[in-house]
Design a binder for this molecule. Structure first.
Ligand SMILES: Cc1ncc(COP(=O)(O)O)c(C=O)c1O
Length: 404
């Protein structure tokens, strides 16, 4: 199936290149390169993504541009445990550290709270969450512990994990059972490899049906063996059994944040009970103020999250693919599937009723979009600079040389 799709895509690109080469070349799109590298489309085709932006190609080029601090000859294949941070995020971290060093009291007592708030808002927008439901925490372990420590299990009730549950979450579940007399821990046995999400849903259904005393289920989004859980279905299933779900997922792996950046999301109806596991300054204050000042900690990983989100968009993340598909339809009346699977690409499904002019139209739209995108990026940058400037001058806290 994958080969078939690849072949179709290659043919389509050749076709579109032939058909539209001259008009696209006139407009400055390097379609020759697309043609020469059609077979590379899934492996390292900068061109496939660069139709719409100027980010480096994945692989060597990306590493040299943004991840070039690895030791020489060090082959790093473990982003899934501790991810590398892109240079632009790292640079922001350095700037913030310099700022903190210049006036630690000012930064720790005041400035950082404003900056954390900006980051929280940016992340909420990125995730499509209400701002009030989301706070930043150092890591997933803390987030899960915060939640489990805020909940209680009555005698006879149980918590559910599975074979793949990350060790620290497993222990948090065990600790909860240890401190709550008469409660139980269930471990759903899952075999690797998992053939289909439906198998997992079925096993969870059986488990929850057989054990109606289960009240909480901890589910990894992406578990250590590289298994992505069907979260939407599992959350719905748990809800239908009156089971609360605790989902584990971080920011420093898949969203390019530095270690020490994760988030904790909780629905509004739980805010009155959610407490930090670490008791600190604002004990007794309502959520989320009770999480605000957990001793003296490094808030810079939180603060740089807008840069990490910017990086994600820059190379064409999932949101961009969806946005571009919508723009193609809304502004150009072209319906084509835009996908981001390691790269961004546009699938053109040819059928007996499609003309070569239809394909040319798509190329013209892409050319136009590219121009708009560049204008848009410049505009965003200007807006950001302006808003940074006004926020900063309003606070009158951050020296000018920090603003880039
Ligand atoms: C499933 C899962 N959860 C959580 C983590 C990390 O947790 P923490 O952010 O607390 O270090 C990992 C790291 O590999 C993981 O694979």
């Amino acid at each position: 199936m994958a080969t078939l799709t690849l072949n179709i895509l290659v043919c389509l690109l050749l076709l579109i290149v032939d058909a539209a080469q001259s008009s696209a070349l006139r407009k400055g799109v390097n379609v020759e390169i697309i043609e020469a590298k059609t077979l590379d489309i899934y492996s390292n085709s900068k061109e496939a993504r660069n139709i719409l932006d100027d980010a480096p190609a994945f692989g060597e080029e990306m590493r040299l541009a943004q991840f070039n601090r690895f030791e020489i000859n060090y082959t790093f294949l473990n982003h899934g445990s501790f991810g590398a941070v892109p240079n632009q995020v790292r640079q922001k971290q350095n700037e913030m550290m310099d700022l903190r060093e210049r006036n630690p009291n000012q930064f720790i007592n005041a400035t950082q709270y404003d900056l954390i708030d900006v980051a929280r808002r940016a992340l909420a927008t990125f995730l499509g969450s209400a701002y009030a439901n989301l706070i930043l925490v150092e890591n997933v372990t803390k987030g899960v512990s915060n939640i489990l420590r805020s909940l209680t299990l009555a005698p006879g009730e149980a918590i559910l994990i599975n074979t793949f549950t990350y060790s620290s979450m497993k222990n948090a579940a065990k600790a909860m059972v240890d401190r709550s007399e008469g409660t139980e821990l269930f471990i759903l046995e899952l075999e690797f490899p998992i053939n289909s999400p439906n198998d997992v849903i079925m096993l969870y259904t059986e488990m929850l049906t057989e054990h109606p005393n289960i009240r909480i289920a901890i589910i990894d989004h992406i578990a250590v063996p590289g298994v992505m859980f069907p979260l939407r279905e599992l959350i719905d299933l748990c809800k239908s059994h009156d089971v609360l779900t605790v989902i584990d997922g971080s920011l420093y792996k898949w969203l390019f944040g530095p270690p020490g950046s994760s988030f904790q999301w909780s629905a509004e109806r739980h805010h009155s009970i959610v407490q930090p596991a670490v008791t600190s300054f604002y004990y007794g204050d309502p959520y989320p103020a009770n999480f605000e000042r957990q001793g003296t900690r490094d808030a810079i990983p939180f603060i740089v999250m807008p840069s990490a989100i910017e990086f994600f968009h820059w190379f064409g993340g999932l949101v961009s693919a969806r946005e571009i598909q919508n723009i193609l339809f809304d502004d150009y009346l072209i319906q084509a599937k835009v996908e981001f699977r390691h790269k961004m690409y546009i699938r053109i499904s040819l059928m007996v009723y499609v003309t070569i002019d239809d394909c040319k139209e798509l190329v013209d739209a892409i050319v136009d979009l590219k121009a708009r995108q560049m204008e848009h990026n410049q505009l965003l940058l200007i807006q950001r600079l302006q808003s940074d400037q006004s926020e900063i001058s309003a606070m009158n806290k951050i020296p000018d040389q920090i603003i880039k």
